[in-house]
Design a protein. Structure first.
Length: 406
């Protein structure tokens, strides 16, 4: 690989990084560019940590003999169990412990290595492996994403030449920067989705951040909270409260998101969510589907918790449809992307009526009227009620008690 080819690959990396090419495609494209320039790569792995509630990081694997490339692996926590042992047996772990940024192992010359993956590569005919770690500074790290790990192998009889390794040393910092840039963009989207909800998060990432920028929408509103939460929090051990909230909030959120809803707020034991659709009947049907899934999931959750000797409870739910303002509310330095308006207050008050009338779920008359006819037929009136802070009495509905949970 000559200097002109190296320059062209650096330029390609810069252009693709600026375009926002996904990290796996970027990594695979880099490998193909290197092979086209004469670097006889056989296998390559890139690995970078991320900031995600479920995954610790992502790995990208390229293989010159595989039709499925690049392979993307999302890995969980490596702090316990087999995952920790696998990490401690990796070449990258030992390089970090030895404070080494580069390590070369000639697989054809060694009888065996202490790294399981390298023994496997040797058995597959790989002759040389170069591993590198490119560290970020404290100012450049995001959470545990503090470096880019990679290894590169060849099946050439003589292994990598000195020029090959010199080329990798020049090229890999630019690759690391491009992968890091793509990972940071992904992290921004993840954090926005996790902390704001999928719809609100996407709007914020796309630029809806000006205070007061809000649109009037008609939406289905869901407000739920836990039955007897105050009593449980007063009587349960302090270290049981967070797991309880995680169990029940997680169940609610899963049901909402599985049916296209967007969770906007977690307020103690309460969950505020919305369901948007061009056809209000579709939005109502989605909310109903989420409620029915929630009831099935609660049966399983309560059985597990009861068997473990943990406190159990139920979810009270209010459903309403109406016009709200959806957008940024707050100060110049602290904003919340949420819904506001009288309809939001109403759904909260409707949910609170569940305790008074001893029903798991209550719907407004507006919601019932917007439902598909088949669902509307199963709704029964509870009567008219004066809701706190609402000027006019509202007729409220629930499901026919004889309706089986589907």
């Amino acid at each position: 690989m000559n200097n002109e080819q190296i320059r062209d690959i650096v330029l390609w990396l810069s252009e693709q990084g600026l375009k926002g090419l996904d990290e796996p495609e970027l990594f695979a494209g880099f490998c193909e560019q290197c092979r086209a320039a004469g670097l006889n790569l056989a296998r390559a792995l890139g690995l970078i940590d991320t900031l995600h509630p479920e995954f610790e990081g992502r790995a990208f694997q390229w293989n010159d003999e595989s039709e499925i490339t690049p392979e993307v692996i999302q890995y969980g926590s490596t702090t316990t169990g087999d995952a920790l042992l696998n990490w401690q047996n990796s070449i990258f772990y030992h390089m970090l412990c030895d404070r080494t940024a580069e390590r070369r192992i000639r697989l054809s010359a060694d009888e065996g290595t202490k790294y399981n993956i390298l023994d496997k590569l040797k058995d597959e005919g790989h002759t040389d492996c170069v591993s590198m770690i490119h560290h970020f500074t404290d100012q450049g790290r995001v959470g545990e994403m503090d470096c880019f790990y990679s290894y590169w192998t060849t099946r050439s009889e003589d292994g990598f030449s000195d020029d090959d390794i010199a080329a990798l040393r020049i090229l890999l910092p630019t690759l690391a920067l491009a992968v890091k840039t793509g990972s940071c963009v992904r992290i921004i989207g993840t954090l926005a989705d996790v902390y704001l909800g999928a719809d609100a998060g996407q709007r914020v990432v796309k630029g809806s951040i000006a205070r007061g920028s809000a649109e009037r929408i008609e939406t289905v509103m869901w407000f739920s909270d836990l039955r007897g939460y105050t009593r449980i929090s007063d009587t349960a051990a302090p270290d049981e409260i967070i797991p309880l909230l995680n169990d029940y909030s997680g169940t609610v959120i899963t049901a909402v998101q599985d049916h296209g809803g967007s969770v906007l707020k977690l307020i103690g034991d309460g969950v505020l969510a919305i369901f948007n659709a061009e056809d209000p009947a579709v939005a109502c049907a989605n909310a109903i589907g989420a409620e029915r899934q929630l009831r099935r999931m609660l049966v399983e959750l309560n059985a597990r918790r009861q068997e473990a000797g943990k406190p159990v409870t139920d979810v009270y739910l209010g459903l309403h449809i109406g016009e709200v303002f959806y957008g940024n509310i707050g100060s110049q330095t602290r904003l919340d992307f949420t819904v506001v308006g009288p309809a939001v207050n109403e759904v909260s008050r409707i949910s609170s009526m569940c305790r008074s009338v001893e029903r798991h779920m209550i719907m407004s008359s507006d919601f019932v009227e917007a439902c598909p006819p088949a669902e509307r037929a199963h709704a029964v009136s509870l009567g008219r009620f004066a809701l706190r802070g609402i000027a006019k009495a509202k007729e409220l509905f629930t499901w026919d008690p004889e309706l089986p949970v589907s």
